[in-house]
Design a protein around this ligand. Structure first.
Ligand SMILES: [Zn+2]
Length: 150
């Protein structure tokens, strides 16, 4: 299986085993070995994303800083998308009855929104502030250079 291990910390969630057991419950055993899981530090808005054509799941790196339970639920949410696509084709709605049924089978409520309270999302304001500081620094240097040139 091609699941990549996150760099920041070793997961106590066994991704391979989790995917295997869900796929088994979903009667899609052959799917588990085809799934690739990646962790992305560039994802800041969504917790997870999936690409059914590539059997690829991408999970935001910051989710790893939350509880293992959440990591597992996000993983299951995305895996259920892949399984729904695998079992029912591409014409189904993303969070339609097929996906909902798979979530229930895996033991999760088929909710689309995650409880974000516990999550330490990278603060957007802090990032903006950093950009602004960088711009001001740049201007200051330009002015100083101009003054030096006389
Ligand atoms: Zn979804």
């Amino acid at each position: 299986m091609a699941a990549t291990v996150p760099i920041r910390r070793q997961l106590s969630v066994d991704i391979h085993r989790a995917l295997q057991s869900w796929c088994h419950v979903w009667a899609a055993d052959d799917l588990a070995a085809q799934i690739t899981v990646e962790f992305s530090s560039r994802m800041t808005r969504s917790l997870g994303r999936c690409y059914p054509e590539r059997n690829l799941i991408r999970i935001a790196q910051f989710v790893l800083e939350d509880s293992d339970a959440l990591v597992q639920e996000v993983l299951c949410h995305e895996a259920a998308h892949l399984a729904a696509h695998h079992l029912h084709g591409s014409s189904i709605r993303p969070h339609g009855p097929e996906w909902k049924a798979l979530m229930l089978m895996a033991g999760y409520p088929p909710t689309v929104r995650f409880k974000l309270a516990a999550i330490s999302r990278p603060p957007v304001k802090a990032r903006r502030r950093r950009t602004l500081v960088a711009i001001i620094e740049g201007l200051r240097k330009e002015i100083l250079k101009g003054l030096a040139r006389g």
